[in-house]
Design a protein. Structure first.
Ligand code: AMP
Length: 563
């Protein structure tokens, strides 16, 4: 075991849980995990003030897994979450951490899915129930004893649950669980409504809060970009096209992510390497030496592996995955701007992590401005600038060495100087897109999310039992101008259905029999997607695609008319 992995091992957790966590690629506990796990293991009630991105899910999931009795096939832990998405996410996290604990069963209970199978899964011995309050109350109305064996209760994102009107449901649920239970409440904020719940339903709770001292950051230009989680690698590749960097460090959370991003960068020709806790110390030192002397330009690292890294060449820090807390953000970006030089720090933020960005801004006392992914024109300009820069030192001296050869080639090929120079450029640039239309064709594959675009989570309103789409139809943004002869089509499949632009592109290419360049920009939003298609023959194409399925769901592409 490397020194860093001792972090989880030292927490007194069951070795099977530690093994599963390490297999997930976590190297050491985050601050909230460090503080919460011992308290929960010791049986105290707890109030944790933490938002998404701090690692709060594992902070309660690991000790709860440690506590349940696998041999008993009845609900022992109940986790309440405000939305279906979060409930599913938490249930998946439990399953991941319980991978090496045979016999653990987790069930997610949320609205919009049939009740029967959920109830059966509970009765069939799920020890861990992750539920949204509205639906759980529906179950309680059918069977008031369903929670009578629960010993551990977690309220996740308690402030969000109250905002969504779940107060009354929470009271019903508290009453349905034995008073001897242990209760843990996580909330990003602690308004009086939450404090009052805690006073009534928690026993001498311990408070855990990630201390956020004000930090100063100077000489580093900071910006953030909103992206969907599955679009981070293409977004990084696009940003690198225009950022003028000397050396760069990209921070991610897991070992696997260091390997994935480093591989993607190497495939694009960057001199990049991964740095994580699995890499032997002497090899790590070699990577850092290479970054120092220019044999490498990019290192993709976890926080642990980058500890103590001091390389003055670093001009850029990319926070590809969100840091766990503002201190760690400040620490990361301090890798650049060394020795009085200027540095630039970019932070990728997924819709769910927006709150963490606000915390970072508050703690650093600085606004982290929003940047947009560079568009095709900016990418093209940057590529031409790089080409110009690489040719500049050659033009002065090449005529003497290669001038005669040039004359001979134009004569032998019977072509103009411009034609020969163009052929040489084509060869030298290796098929890289260097005109606007070709660059544009590369662009649609990175949908980003705008500042006002919400996560599109489906939520349940409990008070009147009605369900609403919180933001699905608020996702509109100003439409992009359409190219001549193209129309926009819409499908109700989006990121929340697990769709990425490449899936849509593949389906339309394969089943519609179109050429790649007939398909324009593809924008994947959370609850829908837009695809630009040729107007000519559109009806025929849509008929062809009538039964097409993407990610197991019907595509149902329709012409989209903007008003
Ligand atoms: P959460 O704040 O619980 O939503 O977690 C945010 C993300 O951090 C999730 O993708 C987790 O898988 C990841 N994560 C949580 N704890 C750790 C850890 N100790 N090391 C690396 N990644 C973690």
């Amino acid at each position: 075991m490397t020194q860093e992995t001792g972090g989880f091992a030292a927490l007194d957790l069951n070795p099977n849980i530690v093994a599963a966590v390490l297999a997930t690629g976590y190297e050491e506990p985050s601050a909230i995990q460090h503080q919460s796990i011992p308290i929960i293991l010791a049986g105290h009630d707890m109030i944790g003030q933490a938002q998404t991105g701090t690692g709060k899910t594992a902070a309660f999931a690991l000790p709860i897994l440690n506590k349940i009795d696998v041999s008993k096939r009845e609900p022992q832990a109940l986790i309440l979450a405000p939305t279906r998405e979060l409930a599913l996410q938490v249930a998946t996290a439990f399953e991941t951490y319980a991978k090496q604990m045979p016999g653990v069963n987790v069930v997610a209970v949320y609205g919009g899915a049939p009740m029967g199978p959920q109830l059966r899964a509970i009765r069939n011995g799920a020890q861990i129930v992750v539920a949204t309050p509205g639906r759980l109350c529906d179950h309680l109305r059918r069977d008031e004893k369903v929670l009578s064996t629960v010993q551990y209760l977690v309220l996740d994102e308690a402030d969000e649950m109250l905002k969504l009107g779940f107060m009354d449901d929470l009271e019903v649920i508290f009453d349905a669980i034995p008073a001897t239970r242990q209760t843990v409440l996580f909330s990003a904020t602690l308004p009086s409504s939450i404090r009052s719940i805690a006073e009534r339903h928690l026993r001498e709770p311990k408070h855990v809060k990630i201390q956020t001292k004000t930090q100063t950051v100077t000489a580093i230009e900071q910006a953030h970009l909103m992206v969907h989680a599955d679009q981070k690698i293409p977004a990084v590749l696009r940003l690198l096209e225009v950022e003028e960097f000397d050396a760069l460090i990209a921070f991610v959370r897991t070992k696997q992510a260091t390997l994935d991003l480093a591989a993607a960068l190497e495939a694009k020709g960057y001199k990049a390497a991964a740095l994580n806790g699995d890499i032997a110390q002497n090899q790590r030192e070699r990577v850092i030496e290479s970054l120092k002397d220019g044999r490498l330009d990019i290192v993709v690292a976890t926080d642990v592996a980058a500890r103590g890294l001091d390389v003055p060449r670093i001009t850029h820090v990319f926070n590809v995955d969100m840091p766990y807390d503002p201190e760690s953000y400040v620490h990361r970006i301090g890798r650049t701007g060394r020795a009085g030089r200027e540095g630039r720090a970019l932070l990728l933020v997924t819709p769910r992590e927006r709150r963490m960005l606000q915390v970072i801004e508050r703690v650093t006392g600085q606004k982290v401005a929003e940047a947009r992914l560079p568009g095709p024109q900016a990418v093209l300009d940057a590529r031409i600038k790089k080409l110009t820069k690489s040719l500049a030192p050659l033009v002065a001296e090449s005529e003497a060495s290669h001038g005669e050869l040039f004359d001979r080639l134009t004569a032998d090929l019977g072509c103009s100087a411009r034609a020969l120079a163009s052929a040489l450029l084509r060869k030298a640039t290796n098929g890289q897109a260097l005109d606007l239309a070709s660059v544009e064709r590369e662009q649609p594959l990175v949908p980003t999310t705008g500042p006002r675009e919400r996560t599109g989570e489906r939520t349940e309103r409990s008070d009147r039992g009605e369900r609403t789409e919180r933001s699905g139809d608020r996702e509109r943004r100003a439409p992009m101008p359409l190219a001549e002869g193209r129309v926009r089509c819409r499908t109700a499949l989006g990121a929340r259905d697990g769709i990425a632009a490449k899936n849509l592109l593949g389906a339309i290419l394969n089943e519609g029999g179109l050429a790649r360049d007939a398909i324009g920009r593809i924008q994947v939003r959370d609850s829908f997607s837009l695809v630009e298609l040729p107007e000519d023959g559109l009806e025929r194409l849509l008929t062809k695609l009538k039964d097409t399925r993407v990610a197991g769901k019907q595509l149902k592409l329709r012409r989209y008319r903007e008003d």
